[in-house]
Design a protein around this ligand. Structure first.
Ligand code: SF4
Length: 339
């Protein structure tokens, strides 16, 4: 199968601008450019890590891909029956087959499960909504799903409060797998868990991927976690992708100053490793009023005059490695050793 044939999802020029409304008549006075021109590709059975600080727009990208929120602009194509189908031309009312092939694992295993529902109701809900099972058949399918994620089937009549954080996240994963999706958006799936539990949940996600050929869009602010699960990584800053590459290339030799700064925050496993933390000045700017030129320039220690006036396009540097920086060829940036 060629690289093109293995594309499961292809997003081009994704934009999501939220209107800012003021006054009695709710007049639109501006837009929050949460996502402002994102291209990304996810292949069958791979994990694409999507990283960036809080406020970079990565969760909104996940929601756009799931069609949980409407696009302002752009196209999303998804492979069905061997063809890439443009989902933006499919009316909302006809998206049900697509919704069966995609699902989400949420960040917070405490708030994402309805405390009034039993595990049977929570995990079985997608099957009921799609009219795929009820009664004994539904119980049987929920039993299978609980076993898959390492939970005891005897607990299916319990409520979420009876479970630990790691167990609740397993319930969320079982629910996400109920419809046998091909693509799962995992939005910070381990960041609310204790470090000791994180590895178990990551291992579970990996083994499910191998067993079912799942593709993940793995959204996280934690580059150490992303390196353990991803084949490729895309780095987001203020609504746009600034670098994307296979995980080894991106971590060993980052080509964008923002990636370098994020990597520098990963704790060193080898005390002799010659790198120090890069502290970025200020906060991520307001997406309602982004800086001119390169959006990273007010915080970039390498910025030059051209960076203030011209927005760099995302371009191929080497095959599979894309970067949006005017100086990508000349900067010698410091990476980290991937474990
Ligand atoms: Fe820094 Fe300029 Fe590159 Fe932007 S284009 S990341 S400001 S060097």
């Amino acid at each position: 199968m060629s690289d093109v044939d293995s594309v499961l999802l292809e997003a081009v020029g994704l934009k999501k601008h939220f209107p800012i409304q003021r006054g009695f008549f709710r007049k639109t006075v501006g837009y929050v450019r949460a996502v402002d021109g994102v291209d990304l590709t996810i292949h069958e059975g791979e994990t694409l890590g999507l990283v960036g600080e809080s406020g970079s727009g990565k969760t909104t990208v996940g929601r756009l891909i799931l069609r949980a929120t409407d696009l302002t602009e752009g196209t999303i194509r998804f492979r069905r029956d061997g063809e890439l189908v443009d989902l933006t031309r499919v009316p909302r009312s006809e998206l049900k087959p697509y919704r069966r092939e995609t699902s989400i694992i949420f960040q917070d295993p405490f708030s994402s499960l309805d405390p009034r529902m039993t595990v049977l109701d929570i995990v079985g809900e997608p099957l009921r909504i799609h009219g795929l099972a009820d009664g004994d058949k539904l119980r049987e399918r929920v039993r299978e799903l609980l076993q898959l994620v390492g939970l005891r089937v005897q607990h299916m009549n319990r409520y979420p409060y009876a479970f630990s954080g790691g167990q609740r996240q397993r319930i969320g994963i079982a629910r996400a797998l109920a419809l046998q999706p091909r693509l799962v958006v995992a939005d910070e799936p381990v960041s609310a868990l204790d470090v000791s539990i994180q590895a178990q949940v990551l291992n579970l996600l990996r083994s499910l991927q191998q067993r079912f050929g799942l593709a993940y869009l793995f959204i996280s602010h934690d580059l150490a976690v992303v390196s353990h699960v991803s084949q490729r990584v895309a780095v987001m800053y203020l609504g746009g992708i600034v670098e994307t590459a296979p995980v080894d290339a991106l971590y060993d030799r980052p080509r964008h100053p923002y990636t370098e700064a994020l990597l520098s925050a990963i704790p060193k496993s080898d005390p002799d490793e010659p790198r120090s933390r890069i502290i970025l000045p200020g906060d991520i700017p307001n997406p309602a009023n982004p800086p001119s030129g390169c959006r990273f320039h007010p915080r970039c220690r390498y910025a030059r005059e051209v960076c203030r006036v011209e927005r760099p396009a995302l371009r191929d540097l080497t095959p599979g490695h894309q970067v949006a920086c005017h100086l990508a060829e000349e900067l010698e940036l410091t990476g980290v050793k991937v474990q």
